[in-house]
Ligand binder design. Sequence first.
Ligand code: URP
Ligand code: ZN
Ligand code: ZN
Length: 460
Amino acid sequence: MSVLIKNGRVITAADDSIADIYIEGETIVAIGKNLSYKADKVIDATGKMVFPGGIDPHVHLSMPFMGTFSSDTYETGTRAALYGGTTTVIDFVLQTQGDSLKNALTDWQSRATGTAVGDYSFHMAVTDYNENVKAEIKQMVEEEGITSFKTFMAYKGALMVDDRQMFGLMSEVKKQGGMVTAHATNGDMIDLLVAKHRSEGKLSPLYHYLSQPEVTEAEASNRFAQMAGYTGCPAYIVHLTCEGALNAVREAGARNYQVFAETCIQYLILDASLYEQNFEGAKWVMSPPLRKKKDQAALWAGINQGLLQIVATDHCPFMWEQKLMGKDDFSKIPNGHPAIENRFELLFSEGVNKGKISLSKFVEVSATNAAKAFGMYPRKGTIAVGSDADVVIFDPNEQHTLSAATHHMNVDYSGYEGWQVTGKVKTVLLRGKVAIDDNNCLVDKGYGQFIKRNKVTGKL
Ligand code: URP
Ligand code: ZN
Ligand code: ZN
């Protein structure tokens, strides 16, 4: 099967020009003006922007968490991602404490294999670092193509590792050519503040926010970055939300430590005032919580300064009924919010259209940098000869409204209900196949492939 995309404005992190793209099978074969290939299918992209397929390196599909499971499966989650222009996601395998990484991987593979619609890869979340786990790191990197290892510095008593484990893990991961990533908030402080608020009868979603003040994230981000500097291990802070944490990254960069950081679309465009309404605020109960407007401004600046290289989602949806588990106690509200389908369009609409970021920065932070940071480049994350034909054809002018009534995520509310968005994903190709066209999904479950990743360099 061959496809010729004609006359689109092809935008990568480096180039921006009107061109044709010729695809054979799963791969881009030629890019240029007025290509004369005869193709099985011709797509006219005149007047449209053509981007590399989005990469969201932070999602949780069918994730066992806080006594329930996130409501999107590999099928529904990766399909919704495709509708929103994201062709590859990276999910998190969670080690069960006391058990092996391999067993956890087998468990996650059984959920994803044959069900994913879009492409996916895995980070390995190490929740219990010990000598046995140390011996498995090499196997993960060399044999499984899993080159990033997630740690939680919070969720005390469930997923949290201590500094001794973090230090040991970083030393080993550096040796094996991987990267350590962190949910960088101070679990002990948060635990104490949660207990304090509960004992005072302060139980509404607002107290989720007040239990995780900025200092908890700034402190842990700095601790993590400093350990990365000392061990020399490439490091990555997930879902960074605030000025204080950004300053820790800035300082690490000034010392030439290899510390990458990601923010998520919600932290750029939503703020903590959403918690000032009764239980409705549970829709945005996530960790870290939404922050202040001054943090949004710092994050946009951090993107432009190159301190934040990636905009992800931390997509972790729960049905409203699941959120109600915490109706009498904020600490029981499953943490997470849905955005896998919305990231690409919201970032374009709020970022590019409102003049906050350039088009090339949009491509960098929505696709290219994730491919580079996580060892998938240039197979993924760009439009180039030899790359996978993961392509988004985008109408930059079409206006539409986000709503749970029309989204494809398996969740019965939207964190962005009624948002007016300018710019719409029209057609998506995944490895040369038209996956989305005019609001229809044309690929079946099982089309999504596991993407083995290369060792990471710690450089973009
Ligand atoms: O609230 C969140 N972020 N839920 C998902 C788990 C995590 O911490 O990333
Ligand atoms: Zn987290
Ligand atoms: Zn997460």
